[in-house]
Design a protein around this ligand. Structure first.
Ligand code: NAD
Length: 429
């Protein structure tokens, strides 16, 4: 046997990774606008804590496969670290760290008493059986269990993970104590302490921010409003479904295999049923094929990237035609593309604002779990609306006063709050 045990693209340097350095640059620009204390910036430029784990799993064919996994806690000034767990073939340390940094900024922006974290395992969950995924989740949980806990670090779902994954995580963690510890994770099934409204919270939050943006831009949301959604998983599906219930027409959606375009509107429930059977949107009869690249350039009013990072780049930004981009995904737009979109007058609702509904309702789930007192779905949605529309308006007001774009305005508003908290707590020693 020869070759490195862990390949270079698994453990890559933070500063050289385009996603990580993009978030840093954005933080630097926003920081300059608010005269951010340099010591605060220096502290935030690196994660607080990084754990690499190797995760052995006996596969169905009898072999042992060893997966690379991470848990990164970026900052815990405001409270326990919080952020999702991703199962995807491209997971690496720098991407996980960039996502953890975004979680710190997101949680501070919307005023949650939580820090930022992210985790992930480099694997292809679509090619694994249920038994293999359960074994992976349980072993990964036990490897990161020294970091997580209801008062320390609370994971949640992200790409490739779902409520079932969170249930296995909670069960594995709880076995150490001999009793159920629901507060260790959010996005759980309702039956074991999940919150009503959590499953569609990220998509609902995306739609709430679009409603606020449309008000400010004096744009009607009606059946004439055409929407394209990239990624038809948790965030993409629920954003599309809720936006269509508001009256908009969803003309295109996609998953990793490509997309479907129908100018009269894609029937979302038929598509959902088709995906349940075929595990892909490919060859769905209710529309024409459109590639993921072409979907981004369709002539629509609203574009929702809800898949991976780095989808809107300097190569395609000038061809994008929509009025509003609502970032369901984390980091879908590169800094170079941001500038092109801003110059074109496209209004971007940045990830840390647009997709914050997920962590807001995760926070509600955590609080309900700690108090053992559960809320109605209406209460959850009302409180979500209150928090996210308030955050939108604070960012929009900063944007109009400073003339910075919405992304840098959101980061600036977040840093104003976080830096005060960091300076009150001080740097030890
Ligand atoms: P998911 O696994 O439920 O769905 C991901 C979707 O993206 C799938 O339809 C998949 O086929 C598609 N996809 C994967 N690779 C693609 C590619 N190269 N091109 C186009 N589509 C591709 O994941 P999710 O939870 O919906 O997360 C989607 C995005 O939203 C991620 O960026 C995630 O970080 C972000 N996000 C999720 C939550 C949440 O609560 N789940 C909260 C905030 C942000």
């Amino acid at each position: 046997m020869s070759g490195p045990l862990v390949s270079d693209d698994v453990i890559v340097g933070w500063e050289t990774h385009p996603f990580y350095s993009g978030v840093l640059k954005a933080m630097e620009k926003a920081g300059t606008a608010i005269q951010l204390d340099r010591n605060v910036y220096n502290r935030l430029a690196k994660p607080k804590r990084v754990l690499y784990v190797s995760v052995p799993v006996r596969m169905d064919d009898g072999t042992i496969q060893v997966f690379d996994g991470f848990r990164v806690q970026h900052n815990t000034t405001l409270g326990p670290a919080k952020g999702g767990i991703r199962y995807h073939v491209d997971v690496n340390l720098a991407e996980t760290s960039a996502l953890a940094m975004l979680m710190t900024l997101k949680n501070s922006l919307v005023g949650l008493p939580l820090g930022g974290a992210k985790g992930g395992v480099r694997c292809d969950p679509n090619k694994m059986s249920r038994r293999e995924k359960q074994a992976l989740t349980r072993r990964y949980t036990s490897e990161i269990s020294m970091l997580i806990g209801p008062e320390k670090d609370i994971p949640a779902p992200d790409i490739g993970t779902d409520a079932q994954t969170m249930a296995w995580l909670m069960d594995t963690y709880s076995t150490q104590f001999g009793h159920a510890v629901p507060g260790v994770v959010t996005g759980k099934p309702i039956e074991i302490g999940g919150s009503l409204g959590r499953v569609d919270a990220t998509g609902r939050g995306v739609v709430y921010t679009i409603i606020e943006a449309a008000k400010r831009l004096k744009m009607d949301l009606s059946d004439k409003t055409r929407v394209a959604v990239q990624g038809f998983g948790n965030v993409g599906y629920h954003s599309a479904k809720i936006l269509s219930s508001v009256g908009c027409t969803i003309v295109a959606v996609s998953d990793v295999s490509g997309g479907i375009y129908n100018p009269k509107g894609v029937n979302l429930e038929e598509l959902r049923a088709y995906i349940a059977k075929n595990r892909t949107v490919k060859d769905f009869p209710g529309g024409d094929f459109v590639s993921n690249e072409d979907l981004l350039e369709l002539d629509v009013d609203i574009l929702i990237p809800a898949a991976l990072s780095g989808q809107i780049t300097e190569k395609n930004a000038s061809k994008i035609k929509c009025k509003i981009i609502a970032e369901g995904a984390n980091g879908p737009t590169t800094p170079e593309a941001d500038k092109i979109l801003f110059d074109k007058g496209i209004f971007t609702i940045p990830d840390i604002l647009a997709n914050s509904g997920g962590v807001i309702v995760s926070y509600f789930e955590w609080v309900q779990g700690l108090q053992k007192f559960f809320w109605s779905e209406k209460e959850v949605n009302n409180k979500l609306w209150e928090i996210i529309s308030n955050a939108f308006n604070r960012v929009y007001d900063f944007h109009t006063a400073s003339k910075l774009d919405m992304r840098h305005s959101a980061i600036a508003v977040s840093l104003e709050h976080l830096s005060k908290a960091m300076l009150y707590r001080g740097f030890f020693p």
